[in-house]
Design a protein around this ligand. Structure first.
Ligand code: ASP
Length: 437
């Protein structure tokens, strides 16, 4: 008899179990040295890190093949340009809305007033943020092989798009190459499925490691800051983005959020929108019904240039640190924070913790002490997990809106609760995973 088992439910259960076990280790066994070295820094670390590596392993080849198929599928440079401009403008707009919302909430709630700073300051020396001029000039790779090797997404996207446009201009040769890219893309999708099969184990270890190190205790002195960031993140995801989906894509946001679950779980456990690209792509294409031609282009772009959640953290952190240090910020400063957060969001890759580094750049501009970042360091990992989930939600929402405008969204797939064969697979009762457990 065939039993319907969904991989994403398994991953969700694994995530909860990891969170629970990690918290138990943190509360009761943090002093037990052998447990720390063999279990937390041993097993959990090795399996979790190997799993994240496996996800990252998928990103570059998947983006290359998928983007070639996408551009060739669109087939028209002017349409490609239109999609690119629309997606980019929406990414900037949603990030702007996110940061304004975060600033408003933070100014009203005013976290950090009367905060006891002395006991909890960590020394934090921020690494230098890259100058904006370099960020812009470096979108064009001087050596594409180097860009592939480094996984520099903006450079990869730039080169692959130029290459695929050239393929379009080459007639028959380009068509043959495209057929090959389609085959390779299909094989890569299979590789994604293989990695998904071991995802419950990987996610379990990632969560167990993070929570045995972090615990929830760290949150207590920072509860004001933490709650404001979380509230703004939730409001943006369930409020702003949902509203945009209803208004501009005529889509039910509840269905959207529900179908995003696999991408949320991966973003949450890896804290990296880049590593989550393979899952976001699959969710958007197979569960939300966006055509590959659009998604292959807008999802990697979004993972690189669109960080609504990160911008929200930066807005709240600015107000929080200003309150803690008793520094008054004027309207001009807030406008600078909005501009800088948008630029920071465009200029940085979706990897864990990068938002905090870019925060130093924002602080510099408005004259806040960079060492203030030390205060929020302790809770940043947990917030990073949540804001990464919001980052990928923004990527998917904008992709749906752009796809709707281009008539590239299949409502039948969007409304079909069973759609999404790769993430949610109908497994025979005795799946190999269950034997290996
Ligand atoms: N971890 C975030 C991401 O990958 C970036 C950040 O806010 O640090 O999207």
């Amino acid at each position: 008899m065939i039993k319907k088992t969904s991989i994403s439910s398994k991953i969700l259960i694994a995530m909860m179990l990891g969170l629970l076990l990690g918290s138990v280790v943190n509360v009761f066994f943090s002093e037990v040295a052998w447990l720390q070295s063999y279990l937390v820094d041993g097993l959990f670390y090795v399996v979790g890190a190997a799993f994240v590596n496996a996800l990252k392993m998928l990103v570059v080849p998947l983006v290359i093949f998928s983007l070639i198929c996408g551009v060739c599928g669109i087939g028209d440079v002017s349409v490609l340009g239109r999609i690119g401009v629309k997606a980019f403008a929406l990414y900037v707009l949603t990030t702007g809305m996110a940061i304004v919302l975060a600033l408003l909430i933070a100014i009203i709630v005013a976290p950090g007033q009367g905060f006891e700073r002395v006991a909890s300051v960590n020394a934090f020396i921020p690494p230098p943020a890259p100058p904006l001029t370099d960020v812009l000039a470096n979108i064009v790779p001087s050596n594409p092989i180097h860009a592939f090797a480094e996984g520099n997404m903006l450079q990869i996207i730039f080169f692959v798009i130029v290459f695929a446009i050239a393929m379009l201009m080459c007639g028959d040769i380009g068509r043959e190459l495209n057929q090959l890219a389609e085959k390779l893309n299909e094989v890569m999708m299979k590789v994604v499925t293989l990695v998904m099969d071991v995802a419950p184990v990987g996610v379990f270890c990632l969560m167990a490691k993070t929570f045995s190190e972090q615990g929830f205790g760290l949150i207590v002195p920072m509860i004001g800051y933490f709650s404001v960031v979380i509230a703004a993140l939730l409001l943006h995801a369930f409020g702003t983005l949902s509203l945009l989906l209803v208004l501009f894509a005529k889509l039910n946001p509840l269905v959207f959020i529900k179908k995003m679950r696999p991408a949320h779980i991966f973003a949450f456990s890896t804290a990296s929108s880049n590593a989550t690209i393979p899952v976001t792509l699959q969710v958007v294409e197979q569960r939300l019904g966006v055509n590959n031609a659009t998604a292959a282009f807008t999802i990697p772009l979004g993972a690189t240039v669109n960080m609504d959640g990160t911008a929200i953290m930066q807005g709240v952190a600015t107000v929080f640190i200003a309150n803690v240090y008793g520094i008054d910020l004027g309207l001009g400063d807030y406008a600078t924070v909005v501009g800088m957060s948008i630029l920071a969001s465009i200029g940085t890759a979706g990897v864990p913790g990068v938002g905090l580094i870019m925060l130093a750049m924002v602080f510099n501009q408005v004259g806040l002490p960079a060492e203030g970042i030390g205060l929020i360091l302790g809770v940043d990992r947990l917030l990073d997990m949540v804001r990464t989930a919001v980052n990928v939600t923004g990527d998917a929402a904008v992709t749906c809106i752009v796809a709707r405008g281009e008539n590239e969204l299949d409502d039948a797939v969007f409304n079909d609760p069973e759609a999404g064969v790769i993430i949610d697979i109908e497994l025979p009762h005795k799946h190999p995973l269950e034997n290996s457990g």
